[in-house]
Design a binder for this molecule. Structure first.
Ligand SMILES: Cc1ncc(COP(=O)(O)O)c(C=O)c1O
Length: 398
């Protein structure tokens, strides 16, 4: 007899809800924050400088600039890269709002290029088709941390003198062809939002090897000033600065950077746990014919920020939304990455995008579910997810 899922009146797999995500914050992070709080210097200063330095070494790039979010880092990159009104910037519709919103903030036009169904990443082939004389930048996203074919994207961009700014919100710790994400494009922007591979609660980092770009980013990050308060503090005239640009306010403060310094020390162990957990999911789900497991990278390392399964909905009696509801009734929280941007009212109203424009993104959207995967989960939590998924599949298979 097939066991009834909770949504159909059976008993749930768990009594308490397994959240989709919980950050790992240890004693070191708490002590580091307390130290900054009692130090007398809370804004961007020595601790932020240390975080940038450690991150730069981890990635192996020349410059790392801490910012208050990946979103502001992406916006600054476009601004420092000279993207302006009427320019076109290419990105995938299968991403979070921030990726395309920052293009709109520059007054530029987001041009969407469809994704590859298997990897869920923007494909170089679709990029090549969408490039025009107005294309000034490409903003590829490494979905779930799985690296894009960034070398091919760069090859297309270099031929046409187009800049590449990577949205690496999910990709702290990703490696493509033996080179870390963070060392490929003109600039790469990471996120330290609470759910990401490492966190500062909110925050981000821009990496680049381009000194001119780094200088411009540094100026734009803090009101367009030539020097920040930390460097002026030690001089005889700390009140003196020059405004070089109408800049923004996107710096990361020392309180949050203190968390970042400690989280960075844990990054490799976090990545090991994520990899181990992804393998446990693989083993527990690989024989289910109604599910497509996430793609392994052809080259390099997957940091497993997200573990995205695709339902073969043709083989099921319920759709993806109902599947998520069924998991929730088993007390398992999941998520969907992402609702394609061309299906949202703003992008339809302002840029004329409509349903049907990006078939691969829509195909993926109907099928994807992100399962919970984070270092705070226990082996039992993982098994509960596997049991719940298997139970729902068995009950609803055609
Ligand atoms: C693909 C992608 N890009 C950008 C962002 C924005 O990151 P942040 O919250 O650090 O601004 C997110 C956040 O979830 C994201 O998923």
């Amino acid at each position: 007899m097939v066991e009834k899922p909770a949504i159909a009146g059976g008993r749930p797999v768990r009594r308490n809800l397994l959240p989709f995500y919980r950050p790992f914050i240890g004693e070191q992070e708490k002590k580091a924050v307390e130290k900054v709080l009692t130090s007398g210097w809370l804004i961007s200063g020595g601790v932020t400088g240390k975080f940038e330095d450690e991150f730069r070494k981890y990635i192996g790039c020349k410059f790392a600039l801490a910012v208050n979010s990946c979103t502001s880092g992406l916006h600054l990159s476009l601004a420092a890269g000279g993207i302006k009104a009427k320019d076109e910037v290419l990105t995938a519709p299968f991403t979070f709002a921030a990726t395309a919103n920052v293009i709109v903030h520059r007054g530029a036009k987001p041009i969407f290029a469809d994704i590859d169904k298997e990897t869920l990443n923007i494909s170089p082939e679709s990029i090549a088709k969408k490039i025009s004389s107005k294309t000034k930048a490409i903003l590829p996203v490494h979905i779930g941390g799985l690296p894009c074919r960034i070398d091919e994207i760069l090859a297309i961009a270099r031929k046409k003198n187009i800049k590449v700014f990577e949205d690496a919100a999910h990709a702290v710790g990703s490696i493509y062809k033996n080179k870390k994400i963070g060392r490929w494009g003109d600039a790469t922007v990471f996120s330290f939002h609470a759910v990401k591979n490492i966190t500062t609660a909110e925050g981000g980092m821009i990496t680049t090897d381009n000194q001119r770009l780094a200088q411009q980013l540094s100026i734009l990050r803090l009101h367009g000033l030539d020097k920040d308060s930390w460097s002026r503090e030690k001089t005889l005239h700390p009140w003196k600065y020059k405004v070089l640009e109408a800049g923004y306010k996107c710096n990361l403060n020392d309180v949050l950077s203190a968390i970042g310094v400690e989280q960075l020390k844990r990054l490799d162990s976090f990545l090991d746990i994520r990899t181990k957990y992804a393998k446990i999911y693989d083993r527990g789900l690989q024989d289910i014919e109604e599910i497509e497991l996430p793609t392994r990278p052809a080259f390099g390392k997957h940091p497993w920020h997200l573990y995205i399964i695709k339902l073969k909905i043709e083989r099921l009696r319920i759709d993806r939304d109902r599947f998520i509801e069924a998991l929730r009734k088993e007390n398992i929280a999941t998520s969907v990455h992402f609702i394609p941007l061309h299906l949202h009212p703003f992008y339809q109203k302002n840029f004329g995008y409509k349903k049907g424009d990006f078939p691969n993104s829509e195909w993926a959207y109907q099928r994807v579910i992100s399962l919970p995967l984070y270092p705070k989960m226990t082996g039992k939590d993982l098994q509960d997810v596997i049991i719940a998924v298997r139970k729902i599949i068995k009950y609803y298979r055609r």
